[in-house]
Design a binder for this molecule. Structure first.
Ligand SMILES: Cc1cc2nc3c(=O)[nH]c(=O)nc-3n(C[C@H](O)[C@H](O)[C@H](O)COP(=O)(O)OP(=O)(O)OC[C@H]3O[C@@H](n4cnc5c(N)ncnc54)[C@H](O)[C@@H]3O)c2cc1C
Length: 447
């Protein structure tokens, strides 16, 4: 089925696509917004479940540095629409924000749903001079053909009513990354774009958890199987005991160091994370994840050094470990002297060879820098976000695809990454603004 040509198609109704739609509809342009899912902003809503971290209040220089190798590409976008603009936008939608103790910015109610409701209301009723956005849900883009002359493209969608082909003179693609595909973004667009000669960096997990490599306890478990069990081939991961007892437990008030090439720490931060059935995940691990992921890709393994007691000096820990035990077990001794217990003590038993547990120096050193060897990042489907995507080199300053005039890209489908902290949503929305302004400039020129 061919539906009448639309002048501006936005494909993908996440934060990037919705922001592009807002800018264009308020400028008086008719926008048709397409999305595969039955409703908009599924990932945005999920992001609100643990407290919607909209942006960050740190100074601009620090903020922009979070985009690492891509900061020079993201900086111009933030100058148009940065953290302050994002907060002002939320306020305009009737949602007050506040700065948490960590400097992160949240809506007062912490949730995404009220903000999304108000946003949709605005898109449907843009006020004086605006044109309401037309929504086309359950439209999954399955292919597209760029139109060489005049720009834009023919977009083929699967819908409950069958296949639909939409011709659009101008389009903004805001199709998201490839994490949490059940919320709509599955990265299926990457090969279609590559097919048309558009440079796309492979999609890889960002802000992700990891599987641990074979631990000392697991090795022992496998070489000393239970009397009536055959020895298993060596598999990585936690021992059955540790996994069953401690998966799901948080490690609080710890610190992670990742060494750089020159042995100077490339990453050090205090925080917390969670033990999973196969490894580790959670905010502190996510913060180090880009470094660890790249290290794994380059070397096949990566190590994070875990400080179980960052508030204690190495000397304090050593003297506590060396103190007379008075017949106490090691576990009781560590609990009494250092308040080290539960999952923290279990990790020492899990990761250290038995000899090291008996050696005061080695044990004290391990409490301050316990090597946790990682085997692989968790699959992209489980990651908070995606690295890789359409390379900025394939786009002009307005985020228009150089090879395909009239087609713009925005959001997580672009090749950048950032840690959690509100940097993801900020750059997604900022790129939506930038692409929409590119479309506006084009339409103005044509008029
Ligand atoms: C658990 C979790 C918590 C998060 N918390 C935060 C947070 O607190 N702060 C923060 O800054 N970021 C957070 N993020 C990240 C943030 O939600 C994303 O970076 C952001 O939603 C990306 O916006 P986007 O518009 O680029 O893509 P998306 O939000 O993924 O939207 C893309 C849209 O495109 C549609 N689409 C995809 N493919 C097709 C197709 N073929 N045809 C039609 N439609 C298609 C999808 O259905 C989707 O609606 C979180 C992510 C997760 C998973």
């Amino acid at each position: 089925m061919l539906i009448p040509p639309v002048s501006i198609a936005i494909i993908g109704a996440g934060p990037a696509g919705l922001m592009a739609a807002q800018v264009l509809s308020e400028a008086g342009l008719q926008v048709d917004l397409f999305d595969a899912m039955p409703s908009v902003g599924r990932k945005f809503l999920l992001a609100g479940r643990g407290g919607l971290n909209l942006t960050h209040s740190e100074p601009y220089e620090a903020f922009v540095s979070r985009y690492g190798a891509r900061q020079s590409n993201i900086a111009p976008l933030l100058q148009d629409f940065g953290a302050d603009a994002l907060r002002a936008w939320a306020t305009e939608l009737g949602v007050e924000t506040f700065i948490g103790t960590s400097g992160r910015v949240f809506p007062k109610e912490m949730k995404a749903a009220p903000l999304l409701r108000s946003w949709l209301q605005r898109l449907r009723h843009p006020g004086m001079g605006g044109v309401p956005v037309r929504f086309h849900m359950r439209h999954r883009l399955v292919d597209w053909a760029p139109v060489a002359e005049g720009g834009g493209g023919d977009f083929r969608f699967q819908t409950p009513a069958g296949e639909v082909c939409v011709q659009a003179n101008v389009a903004v693609l805001a199709l998201g990354g490839a994490s949490w595909p059940r919320l709509g973004s599955d990265g299926a667009w990457a090969p279609w774009l590559a097919k048309h000669g558009i440079d796309v960096a492979p999609l890889i997990p960002a802000n992700c958890g990891f599987d641990v490599a074979l631990t000392a306890a697991r090795r022992t478990e496998q070489t000393e199987p239970h009397a009536n069990e055959a020895a298993q081939p060596q598999e990585g991961g936690w021992s059955a005991y540790f996994r069953q007892r401690f998966a799901g437990q948080p490690l609080k008030s710890v610190a992670i160091t990742v060494q750089g090439d020159d042995d100077a720490p490339a990453f050090y931060r205090r925080g917390e994370f969670v033990v999973t059935t196969t490894g580790v995940e959670g905010s502190l691990v996510y913060a180090a994840s880009a470094l660890l992921r790249d290290e794994l890709a380059a070397r096949g393994s990566a190590t994070m050094l875990l400080d179980l007691l960052p508030a204690h000096t190495s000397t304090q820990v050593l003297s506590a470990v060396q103190a007379p035990r008075d017949g106490q077990s090691l576990a009781n001794h560590l609990r009494r002297r250092l308040r080290l217990d539960g999952v923290k003590t279990a990790l020492l038993h899990e990761l250290l060879p038995r000899e090291s547990l008996r050696d005061h120096d080695l044990l004290a050193r391990a409490i301050k820098a316990l090597p946790v060897i990682l085997a692989a990042p968790r699959p992209i489907e489980e990651a908070i976000s995606t690295a890789g995507g359409v390379r900025f080199e394939a786009l002009d300053e307005a985020l228009q695809i150089k090879r395909v005039p009239g087609v713009f890209c925005a959001g997580e489908m672009l090749d950048w990454e950032a840690p959690t902290g509100g940097y993801l949503l900020t750059a997604c929305m900022a790129s939506g603004v930038r692409a929409a302004r590119g479309v506006l400039a084009m339409e103005t020129k044509a008029a």
